[in-house]
Design a protein around this ligand. Structure first.
Ligand code: SF4
Ligand code: ZN
Ligand code: ZN
Length: 326
């Protein structure tokens, strides 16, 4: 935060330095810049159609408040449903954070379904990780967490009759995923990241990412300026057994601090380069997991979630929304 006159309006005091544009902005101009860039991205790729019912994954972090603000600007609040999934990690994403999120969403006219990994799988994430470690399985907590949350959001969206899901992935998340896909040689994964790519299966709803061109640091500044109630605790698993993603995150932050704007340039270049190939991808009829019936890849008998839970010696419930509380 810095003191000076706003480079945009020239009237108010600048409080944010926007590295990638080298502008000093006042709070109002900064918020307007974020809002208009996110809306431009939504319109550019026609992410939202008038008849859509959209289930939004809302973690309660800064990104989910920004996603909510953007979505109510572009779509009727009655056609938006928030889905907040409590992981079940001691001290993290507690009931009071979810209550603040629900209150904020409700002030915008958006209902939020609150559920948890325990509702769906039968155990909290902490219990899953403990079981997994006691069995000597080496999957990282983030693998259990990410795959479960993705599954739950899609399952709830299908059950409530939504036409799309929306997630609050920001530019940093997307750039990390793109690099991971490239390092793994996963061309299809890279193409599926494109906003025009169809979903991998008819059982997976199309997923939109409206804030995919907003830096994580900008979402943090947004939360600060808007005085959004943020949780002050970090997930206890974040610093344990660094994942490939966390190492790439560190490298990309270093690169971005030396060359501001590089992550944005990377994603813009990929969007342009991959557009034609991404559009030509087909919705595949993937084989169904022999345990849970969800889609799995061609070379797998059971899906990734069933596989990692099996490695941890867990028999999942895979409960329907009847057990969820709104
Ligand atoms: Fe889940 Fe990993 Fe994030 Fe913790 S750090 S909330 S385990 S994805
Ligand atoms: Zn200004
Ligand atoms: Zn399965």
């Amino acid at each position: 935060m810095i003191a000076n006159t706003c480079s945009n309006c020239g009237r108010r005091r600048a409080i944010v330095y926007q590295d990638h544009t080298r502008r000093r902005l006042c709070g109002e101009c900064f918020l307007e810049d974020l809002r208009s860039r996110a809306l431009m991205e939504v319109r550019r790729w026609r992410m939202v159609s008038p008849g859509d019912v959209i289930a939004m994954g809302l973690s309660g972090g800064k990104d989910s408040f920004l996603l909510l603000d953007v979505m109510v600007e572009i779509h009727e609040p009655s056609k938006l449903v928030g889905v907040s999934i409590i992981e079940g990690i001691p001290g993290y994403n507690r009931g009071d954070h979810v209550a603040a999120l629900k209150k904020y969403a409700s002030s915008l006219g958006v209902d939020v379904i609150v559920t948890s990994i325990r509702d769906y799988v039968g155990l909290t994430l902490y219990e899953i990780v403990s079981k997994s470690r006691s069995r000597g399985a080496t999957h990282s907590p983030c693998t259990y967490c990410g795959i479960s949350r993705r599954r739950i959001l899609n399952a709830i969206a299908r059950e409530i009759g939504a036409s799309k899901t929306a997630t609050a992935h920001n530019l940093d998340d997307e750039a990390q995923t793109a690099i991971i896909n490239m390092l793994r040689g996963d061309i299809i994964g890279l193409l599926r990241q494109h906003p025009l790519a169809p979903p991998a299966s008819s059982l997976v709803l199309p997923r939109i990412k409206p804030i995919r061109k907003i830096y994580e640091r900008e979402a943090a500044a947004y939360a600060f300026i808007r005085k959004i109630p943020m949780q002050d605790t970090e997930c206890m698993f974040i610093s344990q057994s660094p994942t490939l993603r966390s190492r790439i995150r560190e490298k990309l932050l270093e690169l971005e601090s030396r060359m501001p704007g590089s992550l944005l340039n990377l994603m813009e270049a990929l969007d342009t380069l991959l557009e034609r190939k991404a559009v030509s991808l087909k919705v595949e009829e993937l084989p169904r997991c022999s345990k849970c019936g969800e889609p799995t890849s061609h070379n797998r008998r059971i899906c990734k979630l069933c596989e990692i839970l099996e490695d941890a010696g867990i028999k999942p419930l895979y409960a329907k929304t009847a057990t969820y509380h709104v």
